[in-house]
Design a binder for this molecule. Structure first.
Ligand SMILES: [Zn+2]
Length: 293
C-alpha cells in the first residue's frame, strides 16, 4: 500500500520525507494513457509532488510543480496538497524515447533541458508565490534538488524512481527528499551524501519487497532516526461541474454567445481526470443570463 513517511535523523539536523507511490502512479498513468517513457517521467513528478506537497501547512494550500524543457513530453504539471494527494497532466502522454546509454528510460531527453522548473505555492493569498530555477538534467529529481538547494537555500537531495512492469503497469514507484536544517552540523551533510551514494535505487529495494519504512530504517537506522508521522499519498481530482463552469465563463461573453448560437452540446474534459462535462444550449442560455447580473 502507498505510504508517505516524515522523519528526522541526526538529532533533527536532517529532515526526511519518503514515499511509496506505486498505486498512485499506476492510477495516474492509466487515466492519462501514458506510453512507457511518459509514464516514468510523469510518475517521478507525481512522486515529487506528493512529497513536497506534504510540507504544506493548511488544508486549502496547494503547490504546483511544472517542468518544461522543450522535449517531446511537452511539459508536465502536478498539483499537490498538504495531505499528500496529487493530480496532474502531461503535455504529450504518447511521448517515448529509446533507453539511454545507462539502459534507463531517458527522462532527461523526454523532458528536455532548455527551460525551467516552476514551483507555484498558493496559500490563499491574493498572489501565489512563484519560484523558478533552470533545468539541470531534466531527470526531475536533480532539478527539484537544485531548486530547493539554490532558490530556497535548503541543501536537498532528491531520489525518485518508477519501475515499469512488462505489462506496462507500474511495478514500483517511490522517492525521497532529504534536507539539511539551517543550523545543521556540517559533518551531517557529508555523512548523508556518502550514505546516499552507497544506496541501491529505491525502486530496486521496493521490488525486493521492502516497505518505505524499512528503506528509511535501512538508510538511517544508526543516525537517531525519528519517524514523526505517516500519510497515504493518493491520485485524486477535485473537479466538479461548478469548477468547469467557472473555467467556461472565463472565455468571455462573446465566445459564450457564439457557442449558444451554434446550439450544439459542448463537451468539456477535465485535464486531470478526463471526467466529461456536457453543456447544452440551455446551459449556455442560463450562463449568459447569470453573467449579465
Ligand atoms: Zn477532474
Amino acid at each position: 500500500m502507498d505510504k508517505l513517511i516524515k522523519a528526522t535523523a541526526m538529532n533533527g539536523d536532517v529532515r526526511i520525507i519518503a514515499a511509496q507511490t506505486t498505486e498512485l502512479v499506476n492510477k495516474a498513468v492509466k487515466i492519462h494513457g501514458c506510453a512507457a517513457g511518459a509514464a516514468v517521467a510523469f510518475g517521478r513528478m507525481l512522486t515529487a509532488g506528493s512529497i513536497v506537497g506534504s510540507m504544506l501547512k493548511a488544508e486549502q494550500d496547494k503547490l504546483t510543480l511544472q517542468i518544461d524543457g522543450g522535449g517531446p513530453i511537452k511539459g508536465i504539471s502536478v498539483t499537490s496538497y498538504a495531505d499528500a494527494h496529487v493530480k496532474g497532466y502531461v503535455g504529450n502522454p504518447a511521448a517515448d524515447l529509446p533507453l539511454n546509454d545507462k539502459g534507463k528510460v531517458d527522462v532527461g531527453g523526454l523532458v528536455g533541458r532548455e527551460g525551467s522548473l516552476m514551483v507555484i505555492r498558493d496559500m490563499g493569498m491574493r498572489e501565489p508565490y512563484v519560484g523558478q530555477s533552470p533545468i539541470v538534467t531534466g531527470e526531475i529529481g536533480d532539478d527539484i534538488a537544485y531548486y530547493y538547494t539554490v532558490s530556497e537555500q535548503t541543501p536537498s537531495a532528491v531520489g525518485l524512481g518508477v519501475l515499469i512492469d512488462t505489462d506496462y503497469s507500474i511495478k514500483a514507484a517511490g522517492g525521497f527528499l532529504i534536507q539539511m536544517m539551517p543550523d545543521a552540523n556540517e559533518m551531517a551533510a557529508d555523512i548523508v551524501t556518502y550514505r546516499l551514494e552507497e544506496l541501491n535505487s529505491i525502486t530496486d529495494m521496493m521490488s525486493k519487497g521492502m516497505s518505505i519504512e524499512e528503506i528509511i530504517r535501512h538508510i538511517f537506522e544508526d543516525m537517531q532516526l525519528n519517524i514523526l508521522e505517516s500519510m497515504t499519498p493518493e491520485y485524486r481530482c477535485d473537479c466538479s461541474r461548478e469548477v468547469v463552469e467557472q473555467a467556461l465563463i472565463s472565455i468571455g461573453e462573446q465566445e459564450l454567445r457564439k457557442l449558444y448560437e451554434e446550439g450544439k452540446t459542448e463537451e468539456l474534459k477535465c485535464h486531470y481526470c478526463n471526467e466529461k462535462y456536457l453543456f447544452a444550449k440551455e446551459d449556455f442560455e442560463r450562463i449568459l443570463e447569470e453573467i449579465k447580473k
